[in-house]
Design a protein around this ligand. Structure first.
Ligand SMILES: [Zn+2]
Length: 212
């Protein structure tokens, strides 16, 4: 019973693509299929994929949404305020460097407080703008897991100087998340290592005046 969490670092920037699966029903969602679509599809072979959910619309996170969606024929979820970003290369040539293919518009819009049912798992959507206007964290409260996208990293936070960034909103969003979550919450970041809310509360310099 419970959550099966598979984290697959994909592409040259090691975007953490997550598969969130319910062990009792085998239903699963794919989060942030940014690259390496074939590997992601292969990793889903044991599950019934019911959706693709993106934390945000930056091209390194949406680069292989189309491949996974074509394979499973499932809806793609994204916050509407990030829809304009899915075709933005950020830097010229970046899309081809990471092997991105054109991303379809979302089928379903994420919104703050929305609950996604994945078999018996409940995944809560928390809108946390700042890195991008539509960035959403995915919180599986019963399991103490937060998929944070590029909101938060181990010892750092998401950049606020990329398209759609806003440092004030980033500060507010971090405050919102840290006021909600217990210390033992596992945080899956958008890139690189996992951390916990408690570790970041203690050691993350950006939470103590590091954002302009
Ligand atoms: Zn990003």
């Amino acid at each position: 019973m419970g959550l099966i969490l598979e984290i697959i670092p994909v592409g040259p920037l090691s975007v953490n693509c997550s598969i969130l699966a319910d062990s009792s029903t085998g239903k699963a969602v794919v989060v942030d299929p940014g690259a390496d679509g074939e590997r992601i599809i292969e990793a889903c072979s044991e599950y019934e994929v019911i959706g693709i959910v993106n934390t945000h619309g930056h091209i390194d996170h949406v680069g292989h949404v189309a491949k996974v969606r074509d394979r499973f024929g499932v809806p793609f979820y994204l916050h509407p305020e990030d829809e304009y970003l899915i075709s933005d290369e950020i830097w010229e040539g970046f899309g081809s460097y990471i092997g991105a293919v054109p991303c379809p518009p979302p089928d379903i819009h994420l919104e703050d407080g929305m609950k996604l049912e994945v078999g018996n798992l409940t995944v809560r959507v928390i809108h946390t703008p700042g890195h991008t206007p539509g960035l959403c964290c995915l919180y599986i409260e019963e399991e103490g897991v937060l998929i944070a996208g590029d909101l938060l990293f181990k010892g750092s936070v998401g950049r606020w100087d990329l398209p759609g960034g806003d440092p004030k909103k980033l500060r507010d969003s971090l405050e919102k998340v840290f006021s909600m979550m217990p210390d033992d919450t596992l945080v899956v970041c958008g890139h690189y290592d996992e951390t916990t809310i408690g570790h970041e509360r203690k050691f993350n310099p950006y939470l103590h005046g590091g954002i302009p």
